[in-house]
Design a binder for this molecule. Structure first.
Ligand code: 3HC
Ligand code: NAI
Length: 692
């Protein structure tokens, strides 16, 4: 018998226990073990009922994703599930932690399911670019009806035990999984209950079979946000087989689609992103066992756009915040924006009606930096000016308690310089959130020269606690994300000087899958900020300067690279902008040429990749996958393209380097010359992923 799955008999109940840390994924050994133990339990005359349970923190969390893409090993999961479902003795799944993907599919093949109160059950395969491949799309609709099944499979979010009980996905909520399941199994035996095989139960399909709109409406509601993704649509099709086809036919077609998606680029990218996210949490250069400091209360200095959003992120995780502003008026404004945001989410049903008041009660708004004194973590989010930040860090140093972690949310400034004004540079680092900070998941954790290892691990731990995805980066102009963004913006602007229009560039980028193009993004951020800073530094950007001189600052003035009508945020191409671009080019003696969409895409994305290669070479990011996480969660890079570095690997580094060299020569732009690291990998036929 395999040592990851064991069978034990407790009176008349056979307990099959899976013990395969960390998450009891369905590796070959686990599948084999379940199959063998189920056969043995069926063959053992003393066993009358079977309980399937897991050791450790969770029930089976799914197929073993590390086995995907490798040659399939016997037994397949379908064979294991058939054995369970066809068992003449009742099989009860005992669920705790998370029953996800293949894990829930195992449970669905059992005749009964019980779960502890805090268990979660779901089919999240779409998040990996897949659909459930072992009957989930056929059995779940039979268990809970097609409407909820669509929500769970096409949406991919799990439900809790209470919802599962209500929907008929589980029979009972129990105190302890194995003991509760054993009691339940005895009840089944005592009552001589018939085996409940979902495959044979079409009762919950009847309504949608009679009125197809029940199904199509549920699908429409969920797929409207699935732009560019293949899996949610394939999953919806597979669920529809329950309405049209016999079970076995549906099962066969589901598996066929699963294999197609598994081999597709989107799922490869999404699985890559799953592991990249977990890799990013592993800190290079921090000794194992480094203990994070305790963070119980946080101070945020500056209650503007970022400070307010950061405060909300902490409060949402139940961590009290001291919000510090310069005066009562600024404080009232900052707190007012937070309250308005909470009220809006409550009105949408996103949070309970009493949540806004409860959450705001966790915020203590005050004036004066001396109020940092009782806090364990201080995050500065004031104006992006070095002198102001330095004076604030001087004051923080005066008042903060020893051992407090001192963070700045600066976007570009040199954190080493900021740290040096304190007597404790080892406690200083960057925690760079992204706007809107209460929504965007990324937090760049910027390690300065003297940042202590435990300060770094504290920032990473606290970021995870507030549901952010932390990525450790080094100090440089713009860190990882904004530095690459600058490379992209430079190319986007140059394209305007050569003949492209803002709407053409943006359309190429949104078609590629990003939520917004560079010009719509500029309009959102406000063009005047860059204009003022250019004026201070004596730098010109002729087209953008001309827009600003015409009072076109972006969304805030209703006009920028686009026009915005009636207070709408939808960018509309503006013939006046085309005229302004023409006039600027005429003045500069330049002629517009036809710029193809291919050139736009290549110059805009390859310039970022090139900067990413420099970032890696300089050690600003530890891994190419960290750069990808920054772009996936900070800027909305489409998950199905895995991030810019993964995308480059897929396109081929030789091609990327060749095209960059070509554009460098064609447009007389040395910044487009392939970075040495990219050039080297391209010559070797290598990939970023393989270069570590
Ligand atoms: N296969 C292989 N490894 C897995 C895994 C899986 N399904 N799920 C998690 N792991 C690994 C992680 O990579 C991580 O490894 P590491 O420590 O070496 O980095 C470790 O388990 C712990 O994972 P987390 O850090 O994510 O732990 P959490 O406690 O935060 O979360 C979890 C646990 C909720 C189970 C989360 O890991 C998760 O969501 N896992 C993926 C679940 C999933 O997508 N299941 C469906 C798989 S596809 C499928 O089942 C196809 C089927 O239909 C045929
Ligand atoms: P903001 O102008 O909206 O807010 C700054 C706030 O700081 C104002 O409310 C101001 O009253 C307050 N403030 C100024 N001096 C102060 C002091 N001495 N004590 C207490 N409060 C003080 O600016 P925003 O956009 O929130 O930016 C803040 C920081 O975050 C900057 O460093 C910026 O670069 C960075 N950042 C901004 C992002 C964005 O998209 N807006 C994204 C990521 C980082």
């Amino acid at each position: 018998m395999s040592n990851v799955v064991t069978l034990e008999r407790l009176e008349t109940v056979g307990i099959i226990k899976i013990d395969s840390p960390p998450v009891n994924a369905l590796s070959t050994a686990v599948r084999k073990g379940i199959l063998e133990c189920t056969k043995q339990a069926i063959a053992d005359p003393q066993i009358k009922a079977i309980v399937l349970t897991c050791a450790g923190r969770t029930f089976i969390a799914g197929a073993d994703i590390t086995e995907f893409g490798k040659p399939a090993q016997e037994p397949g999961l379908d064979k294991v599930l058939q054995e369970i479902e066809n068992s003449p003795k009742p099989v009860v799944a005992a669920i705790h932690g998370t029953a996800l993907g293949g894990g829930l599919e195992v449970a669905l093949a059992c005749h009964y399911r019980v779960a502890v109160k805090d268990a979660k059950l779901g089919l999240p395969e779409v998040k990996l670019g897949l659909l459930p491949g072992a009957g989930g799309t056929q059995r779940l609709p039979r268990a809970v009806g097609p409407e909820l099944a669509v929500k769970m499979i096409v949406g991919g979010d799990p439900i809790n035990a209470d919802a599962a009980l209500q929907a008929g996905l589980i029979e009972e909520i129990v105190d302890g999984p194995a003991a509760g399941a054993q009691i339940f199994a005895n009840k089944v035996l005592a009552e001589n209950r018939p085996l409940r095989k979902l495959r044979d139960d079409d009762s919950k399909l009847a309504a949608a079979r009679a009125d197809r709109s029940i199904f199509t409406n549920a699908v429409a509601a969920l797929t409207k946000r699935a732009r560019g993704l293949e899996a949610p649509f394939a999953a919806a099709d597979a669920i529809s087989y329950t309405l049209d086809l016999p079970f076995d036919e549906g099962l066969r077609k589901e598996h066929e689609t699963f294999l197609q998606l598994l081999a597709g680029e989107q799922s490869i990218a999404q699985r890559y992103a799953f592991f990249a996210e977990r890799e990013a949490a592993k800190l290079a250069g921090v000794p194992a066992g480094t203990k994070p400091r305790t963070i119980e209360r946080v101070a945020i200095i500056g209650g503007g756009t970022m400070g307010g959003g950061i405060a909300m992120s902490f409060v949402n995780a139940g961590i009290p915040v001291t919000l510090i502003e310069t005066g009562e008026e600024q404080l009232t404004r900052g707190l007012g924006v937070m309250r308005k945001n909470y009220d809006a989410s409550a009105a949408r049903g996103g949070i309970p009606a009493d949540a806004p008041a409860k959450r705001m009660a966790l915020v203590n708004g005050v004036v004066g930096i001396e109020n940092v004194k009782d806090t364990d973590l201080i995050i500065e989010a004031v104006f992006e000016t070095m002198t102001i930040k330095k004076s604030i860090f001087g004051l923080i140093d005066t008042y903060a308690k020893p051992g407090a972690v001192l963070a700045t949310n600066t976007s570009f400034l040199d954190i080493n310089e900021i740290a040096e004004v304190t007597k404790r540079p080892q406690d200083v680092l960057g925690m760079h959130f992204f706007s809107p900070a209460n929504v965007m998941k990324l937090c760049e954790i910027v390690r300065a020269d003297k940042t202590a290892p435990d300060v770094l691990s504290t920032a990473v731990a606290v970021a995870r606690k507030i549901a952010k995805i932390p990525v450790v980066v080094g100090v440089c102009d713009g860190f990882v994300g904004n530095r690459m963004l600058m490379a992209r913006t430079k190319q986007a602007e140059k394209l305007l000087f050569e003949g492209a229009l803002p709407q053409q560039v943006d359309a190429v980028i949104t078609k590629f899958g990003l939520p917004m193009g560079p010009f719509a993004m500029g309009d959102l951020a406000g063009l005047d900020i860059g204009w003022r800073s250019r004026k201070d530094r004596g730098i010109k950007s002729e087209i953008e300067d001309a827009l600003c001189e015409a009072g076109r600052f972006g969304q805030k003035t209703g006009q920028g690279y686009y026009k915005y009508e009636g207070g709408s945020r939808a960018p509309l191409p503006d013939p006046d902008v085309e005229k302004l671009i023409d006039a600027t080019l005429l003045r500069l003696g330049r002629k517009r040429r036809v710029v193809t969409d291919e050139e736009i895409l290549e110059r805009v994305t390859y310039s970022m990749i090139n900067e990413g290669a420099r970032i890696l070479e300089e050690g600003i990011a530890a891994r190419p996958s960290d750069i990808d996480i920054v772009w996936l969660y900070g800027y909305g890079w489409p998950i199905y393209r895995g991030g810019p570095m993964h995308y480059a690997d897929q396109v081929g580094l030789r091609h990327v380097a060749d095209r960059l060299s070509y554009y460098a020569a064609e447009t007389n732009d040395p910044s487009l010359e392939p970075a040495p690291a990219l050039k080297r990998l391209a010559q070797q036929g290598g990939t970023f992923a393989g270069s570590r």
